[in-house]
Design a protein around this ligand. Structure first.
Ligand code: C6P
Length: 410
């Protein structure tokens, strides 16, 4: 049993927000795929930064600046080790996944030309579609879509048929935010490489559940948002292979990313600074490192096994609700802890609103993944997404509340 090694009550005490009430009821927070909650250790690290060594980094000779720089660079090394990147400067701090993808789209994407093709999966969040559409419009490259199947998985036959020497890049998420599907990225990366294409994997939804090893995956680019992995908002990373990052032009200009500036010519700093223009989210970067320490103190294997247990339980229990339709892979082993559903004849928004009155936080709507909703011909779903600090008791409250909501709305 996963929870034999895992003291859930102790873990819950680390998250102050879990003590609060919403609409007079105990908060049941099942919107973890949108933003995870923040443990005290991470909150404390942010307070510690502002109380004790708040200063700009890489700029000052004074002690506070050096302390802040050291802590920020230590965080980069923690992140490097976590994802097993070969070098710290392969980790570029960004404001999150959206920023990281836009960086690659605008920089590496500028190498695209007419006649080139890029392949994007139908399961993508808008942030791994729109920046590439914009780049395709600019460069004349053609975007092709790897379709999805009814079970929420990718049509890999299509992928194998369509990938060719014309394919320059493939964009796919490791895990779908709307359905929880774990995509076969190993197969996608190996096949794309065999045709000379590079692969960007959006790791926003995998990072909280699966510890990716970027060298083992041999992935070219991998993107993460800290706020989905117990860290703060407004910070994330782009992992990129050194040889690719070296070839790429800077994305944004400004302070910190230069070697020399004159009105005649500017030369750029080396990695990672070339891609880190301006003052970053210093406290956020440091806190991201603390969030990873926190996750490791529990262990990703333990987290994964426990969350799967929650998902399996919730999937069984929700079947008690009349008219429920679950979207995405049937087997909980094929997905992370996301339960995307509708109840026949009801609007997900109404379900979400009533559940909120009962203290239960779900996300409803298209989840910034409209092509998936178009495939199912629905406006959206209700999405319960679980984290390691959730409990079966909370799932029981959710199911009882859902039954009540359905009887009120029917
Ligand atoms: N998904 C959700 O509720 P940012 O906003 O940059 O931190 O992450 C964007 C993003 C990119 N890719 C995937 C797979 C994502 O899930 C997200 C964010 C949230 O599903 C908010 S829309």
């Amino acid at each position: 049993m996963a929870n034999a090694t895992f003291d859930i009550e102790k873990v819950r005490k680390d998250f102050p927000i879990l003590q609060r009430k919403v609409n007079g009821k105990d908060l049941v927070y099942f919107d973890n795929a949108a933003t995870s909650q923040t443990p005290k250790q991470v909150i404390d690290s942010i307070v510690d930064y502002y109380e004790n060594y708040n200063a700009n980094i890489h700029r000052g000779v004074h002690s506070l600046s050096q302390e802040a720089t050291d802590a920020y660079e230590q965080a980069r090394i923690k992140i490097q080790k976590h994802f097993n990147a070969q070098k710290p400067h392969e980790i570029i701090f960004t404001s999150g996944t959206t920023h990281a993808i836009n960086l690659v789209a605008n920089s590496y994407g500028s190498f695209l030309k007419p006649g080139d093709e890029v392949l994007v999966s139908a399961l993508e969040h808008h942030s791994n579609i729109v920046p590439w559409q914009m780049m395709c419009e600019k460069t004349g490259a053609q975007m092709k879509v790897i379709p999805m199947l009814n079970n929420g998985q990718l049509d890999m036959n299509f992928f194998h048929k369509e990938v060719s020497s014309k394919t320059k890049m493939v964009f796919v998420n490791h895990v779908s935010n709307a359905l929880g599907t774990i995509n076969p990225i190993e197969e996608i990366i190996a096949t794309a490489h065999a045709h000379g294409a590079k692969v960007l994997v959006d790791g926003a939804q995998s990072a909280p559940h699966i510890q990716a090893d970027v060298q083992e995956l041999d992935v070219d680019f991998y993107t993460v948002s800290a706020h989905k992995i117990c860290g703060p908002t407004g910070v994330g990373i782009l992992y990129g292979k050194e040889e690719l990052l070296e070839q790429m032009p800077p994305y944004q200009g400004g302070g910190e990313m230069i070697a020399e500036v004159s009105f005649e010519k500017t030369t750029y700093a080396g990695l990672p600074h070339k891609f880190e223009a301006g003052t970053p989210n210093i406290a956020g970067g440091i806190a991201f490192g603390v969030a990873l320490d926190y996750m490791h103190s529990i262990g990703f294997n333990v987290i994964n096994a426990y969350e799967n247990e929650l998902l399996t339980y919730a999937t069984e229990r929700i079947k008690e609700v009349n008219g429920v339709i679950i979207y995405g892979p049937e087997n909980p082993k094929d997905k992370t802890a996301v339960l995307s559903f509708n109840v026949e004849g009801l609007h997900a928004y109404d379900i979400g609103t009533i559940l909120d009155q009962m203290g239960i936080a779900l996300r409803t709507g298209h989840h910034c993944a409209q092509p998936i909703m178009d495939y199912y011909q629905i406006p959206g779903t209700a999405r319960a997404s679980f984290s390691f600090y959730n409990t079966k008791k909370e799932i029981d409250s959710f199911i009882e509340a859902l039954k009540k909501a359905v009887s009120m709305l029917s």
